[in-house]
Unconditional design. Structure first.
Length: 186
């Protein structure tokens, strides 16, 4: 089975948006790996309250899309905002799109996709407050529990990028999000 990168910042990850997809990937026989900008542990949250800490498996600078079958971008306001400032995280996101590998994003995790220039011509969803950001970056934003965009290379989006993009809005959408993530890995 495959290996799935879960890319997060050092803190502010919405815990359930990390743990439920992680569990779904594991139960489907794949190996999840936590990728973050620095070694050590990351701090997850339940909304604004501190939650669990999780060990980093791979530092973003050492991670490459060629080593994984898919990328998951959990949400969390602070997580999404911090991750888009990390040069190595942005590079890794671009590598996944260039390699045509599935990318799954939920809630505020999508800010790094905008920074990477990977949403133009795409249809997706997110936490509603990001809709203007996505539209300004050239995406079609919709209010749906899950959106699967199977863009072909050479479309309106960045030339050469042909990944399947799976997106959801919030924790309530996790059952649909996890189902589509696992389907993309099949």
């Amino acid at each position: 089975m495959g290996t799935v990168a879960f890319l997060v910042s050092g803190e502010g990850i919405e815990e359930v948006e990390l743990t439920q997809p992680w569990q779904a990937v594991s139960e489907a026989g794949h190996q999840p790996r936590l990728v973050a900008p620095e070694k050590g542990e990351v701090q997850a949250f339940r909304h604004l309250d501190r939650a669990g800490r999780y060990p980093v498996d791979v530092v973003a600078a050492d991670a490459h899309a060629a080593d994984y079958d898919a990328l998951v971008l959990p949400g969390g306001v602070a997580n999404g905002d911090a991750l888009r400032l990390e040069t190595e995280a942005v590079r890794l996101v671009r590598e996944f799109f260039d390699a045509g590998k599935p990318v799954a994003v939920i809630c505020h995790g999508g800010w790094v996709l905008i920074e990477a220039g990977e949403v133009g011509g795409r249809k997706l969803t997110s936490w509603p407050t990001l809709q203007t950001d996505f539209r300004n970056a050239g995406a079609t934003w919709v209010d749906a529990e899950v959106v699967v965009d199977r863009a072909a290379a050479g479309g309106v989006h960045r030339a050469g990028a042909a990944s399947t993009l799976i997106s959801s809005r919030k924790p309530d959408d996790l059952p649909a999000f996890c189902r589509e993530l696992v389907n993309a890995l099949a």
